[in-house]
Design a binder for this molecule. Structure first.
Ligand code: SAM
Ligand code: SF4
Length: 308
């Protein structure tokens, strides 16, 4: 990326930050839930669990996505993420996720990204790609589905992209496997970091209690010190232990657009589960809005600036 563009993007974030100190409540990131449909039915997934009760539409048409992306951009968002369901399975006629990524860039978003279960095609035009990795083969497959780990690894082996990271949701099934998962990431040249989250309910049965969470956070902090590529900032990890994050969550900074065009702020569970929030991203946003230089530096390079 050119120096001028990088300077322009950094300046935008600086102005956004100064305005937020003065009380402005403009989003910085927008996540488009483009489909609830998915080829898997993971044990911990709130969407898979609730799908029969979610009213239609379950998929966002291209033209609607385009309008919503433009509107988010006009509200101030510059980081654009696509989520689902499984976003790589989204289509509208001939259009695929690639068209949405390109449209996002044309609109002017600085960074585009998406999260995937890794069983389908990878769209390498995206600046950031987050792959779900919930443990080594046995645990990952028992949470997600038989054969998913090998498919993910096979697909990743064909991918040449500078900014792929793994997203792990820690729950009873894999709480003892954080080190093993970090080792898989460290050993895999295609994945360059691991982001740890706790589950945000539902499903309630998969939520860890405070003691278990503390042990996991201590282990992740130790892994970070040992040089494992943990992406959570150190401060955010500590704040993952604050279960009721409703007072600290900078709701306005992170906007979610659902297939029916409704909006949620903070995270997709807003209103339901703030008291047992396990999302790391809102900790990072909160620390950024509170001016934590170490968090700003650790997040900016990976999630804030274009790599294209
Ligand atoms: C909803 S999925 C959508 C993208 C894609 N289908 C995937 O699995 O990566 C996005 C991320 O949310 C995580 N997730 C699902 N249910 C969750 C929950 N109840 N709490 C926290 N994270 C959850 C998934 O493990 C995944 O990493
Ligand atoms: S692959 Fe993603 S969206 Fe699909 S069931 Fe699993 S976590 Fe949910």
């Amino acid at each position: 990326m050119g120096i001028t563009r990088s300077f322009g993007q950094t300046a935008y974030y600086g102005i956004w930050f100064l305005r937020s100190l003065l009380g402005s409540k403009r989003p910085l990131a927008t996540t488009m839930i483009i489909t609830y449909q998915c080829n898997l039915k993971c044990q911990h997934c709130h969407i898979a669990e609730n799908l029969p009760n979610i009213p239609q539409p379950h998929k966002m048409p291209y033209e609607v996505a385009l309008e919503e992306m433009k509107a988010s951009y006009d509200r101030g968002a510059r980081v654009l993420f696509f989520e689902g369901g499984e976003p790589t399975h989204w289509n509208d006629g001939e259009r695929t996720l690639l068209d949405l990524i390109k449209a996002g860039r044309d609109i002017g978003f600085f960074v585009t990204g998406y999260t995937t279960n890794g069983t389908n095609v990878f769209y390498l035009e995206s600046d950031v790609i987050s792959v779900s990795l919930d443990g080594p083969r046995e645990a990952h497959d028992s949470i997600r589905c038989q054969g998913v780990f090998d498919k993910l690894m096979e697909n990743l082996s064909k991918v040449d992209h500078p900014n792929v990271f793994a997203n792990m949701v820690v729950m009873p099934d894999n709480k003892h496997l954080v080190r093993d998962t970090a080792q898989i990431v460290k050993d895999n040249p295609r994945i360059n970091g691991l982001m740890i989250n706790f589950l945000t309910p539902p499903p309630d049965a998969k939520v860890l209690g405070p003691d278990d969470k503390r042990k996991v956070v201590e282990e992740v902090v130790a892994l970070k010190k040992e040089g494992y590529p943990i992406l959570n900032s150190k401060k955010a990890l500590k704040e993952l232990l604050m279960e009721d994050y409703s007072k600290k969550c900078p709701f306005w900074a992170s906007e979610f657009v659902l297939p029916d065009r409704s909006k949620l702020y903070g995270c997709p569970m807003r209103g339901e589960s703030c008291k047992r929030c396990g999302f790391n991203a809102v900790r990072e946003y909160s620390l950024i809005t509170r001016g934590s230089i170490s968090t700003i530096l650790s997040m900016a390079g990976r999630f804030g600036l274009s790599t294209k």
